[in-house]
Ligand binder design. Sequence first.
Ligand code: ZN
Length: 253
Amino acid sequence: MTLPRTYRTVGLTLRKSAVGETDLVSVLYTAEHGKLEVLARGARRLTSKLMGHFEPLTLLRLAVARGRALDIVAEAEVITAFPMVKTDYATTARGLYVAELVDAFSALAAANPELFDLALQTLDAIGDDLASELPLRYFDLQLLRLSGFLPELYHCVECGAELEPERHRFAAGSGGTLCPDCTPPDVIVRPLSLAALKVLRLLHRTESVARLPELRMPAGVRDEVRRTLSTAIQYWLDRPVRCQVFLDAAKLA
Ligand SMILES: [Zn+2]
């Protein structure tokens, strides 16, 4: 059976790079095909119909022709460019953080429709509530879950004992929470407060970002939740998150 020569899909643009005089290569995330790398011929020409379509964080409806090396964009139509996310530097940085992590955690051509939905819903939530960072923390935890790296939050990863209030710590390198009696060698163990653990569990069991309750966390808890998730993400990524620099610069995460 031969594959059809063209196919239609909907994709979220993650990043782009210039190729040749006027072409560009766009990396998109799609529900059916996972991460997709496509060539958009002439898209950098000012007169091109595709001009501006491949800016990061644009949801596109595409017709794509199969090519020998890269598939080639035949048609592209913008569904939304998430204008609310791009209202200012800080929210744009949050959007790009989502794009960077989807890119980093998804192998080429491995479909994960739930991750596609999570990315779109997170972008909507960022645009809906410009002041809240909870959508990003929800994204962090659910990204880990959908990638098979969900940290343990209920038991000690070493001895299996159920955690008791105020008797818990966190070690990204061990895969989650630890009781005070277990200290595995060669991993960084961090303190974890009960308040932060409760927020992490809430993020875990809430079924979608739209269903998150209004939560006004004290700054200390907010920072602790962010640091805990960020150590888990960096542990699996094995490098820092580039967009974190911009978030820190904007004093927002
Ligand atoms: Zn233990």
